[in-house]
Design a protein around this ligand. Sequence first.
Ligand code: GDG
Length: 489
Amino acid sequence: MTDDPQQLRSVVAQRLGEKKLILVSNREPYVHDYVGGELKCTTPASGLVTALEPVMCACGGTWVAHGSGNADRELVDGENRIIVPPHAGNYCLKRVWLSKAEEEGYYYGFANQTLWPLCHLAHTRPRFDAVHWRTYKAVNWKFAQAVLQEAGSDPALVFVQDYHFALLPKMLKENRPDLLIAHFWHIPWPNREAFAICPWGNELLEGLLGNDLLGFQTQQHCNNFMRTVDGALENIVDYEQFAVLHRGHRTLVRPFPIGVDSEAISRYAQSPEAVAHTDRLKHELGLSGQMVGLGVDRIDYTKGIPERFLAIDRFLERHPEYQKKFTFLQIGPVSRININEYKALNDELYHLMVDINHKHGADRWTPIHMIKGNYPREALVAFFRLADVCIVSSVDDAMNLVAKEFVSARPDGNAALILSRFAGAAEELSEAVLVNPYDIDGFADAIKQALEMPQQEKERRMARMWQAVAENNTYKWATKIITEISRLA
Ligand code: GDG
């Protein structure tokens, strides 16, 4: 199975032949904004973009996504297209414009206040609002039109991303039954009983059954989906083939655990620029002689960040000898801040940090530093290189790419990873120090274990994890999906 960009390109050429590749996601890979009168291009903090950007660079094609930057409109042609990445020009980005009301109802509303909490076991209640639902349907149709326009009358593979577009596959199939449609659901699929509370559940399922191939991160999510569909609609659910037959159309359901471009990350991590950047950061943040803990997350209630702070508090209570010796950096771009739960989480984290820093801080040392902002990927690698331990403590996470990025950035092996058992990544990264983030005492013990792990053990564990991440990188992930879908053509 291929694991580099050239090989992926040839697999795509071989398997897709004349078919166009059209990828659809809500988030665009490049956002253009005016900041202080200057034009800036940024990459958003998104696991989906991290995984798919290298794939599109390798394969070419068109990426259809919401144009969210304040300068986005000025840079596109008459068909709302722009060639990206800015200095390489590997593929076409077609931007779809959304009004404030559409963004409110479809993105902040149905996608992130209904489907996100519905699919995650984070004990946050989903909101079921009929206006959000109607807007979600309308925006799915808007994207369907953009895809149909892009496909023209040509054969195409449409690769749909995530929970923003549950209705899109059916809309596309009804208009162009010959299109090949694959969909990757990046977040968990809940169990049938949890899903049953959604008043529009059957419509969502019918939308998804427009796909030829529906991928999830783990076998468990596939099982949950099959059980949800079984009995909800008039279907034939085939557990032997893992397929659903609905109104004469067959959808294959398969696990495809996602990866990162680990080789590129490792290569950059070993470059003189990365080494210099790490030294600079260490100096600027006053970390010389400190043991450093690191968290990198979109600030989201599924990522278990309050639990992480509480575990650091407990660790310092029990081991005061680490005072002035251990500093924890939490890097996190603010996310979905228009939603109340996210505002409350940001406030909670700030207050927790202030309390913990007040309780344990001494002289000029404070244990927790929160650094908000969206860093370029290279800077994240420098942060990864700084850390003695990286903590990923999601309360529920379909995969979690930060864990895989950290491992990729540490080919030196001189670091430890603490990883939640409730992140999909724990299946592949079983050599991490695994924790239940809700068990604060156990979590505090894990911090001690990671910081005091003998050098040889750290290297052994890291080497195994590095191997696992390199073996299942983002190119292999895309190859598996394209190979599977092309069998159906
Ligand atoms: C969903 C699923 C699944 C973080 N700070 C910055 C930044 N990041 C990047 C990280 C990483 C990405 O954001 C976050 O990825 P995750 O996988 O942790 O999480 P979600 O965004 O919730 O992603 C998840 C993923 O989809 C892929 O299928 O793994 O389970 O929830 O790549 O490095 N990126 C930049 N600046 C930052 O400051 N540029």
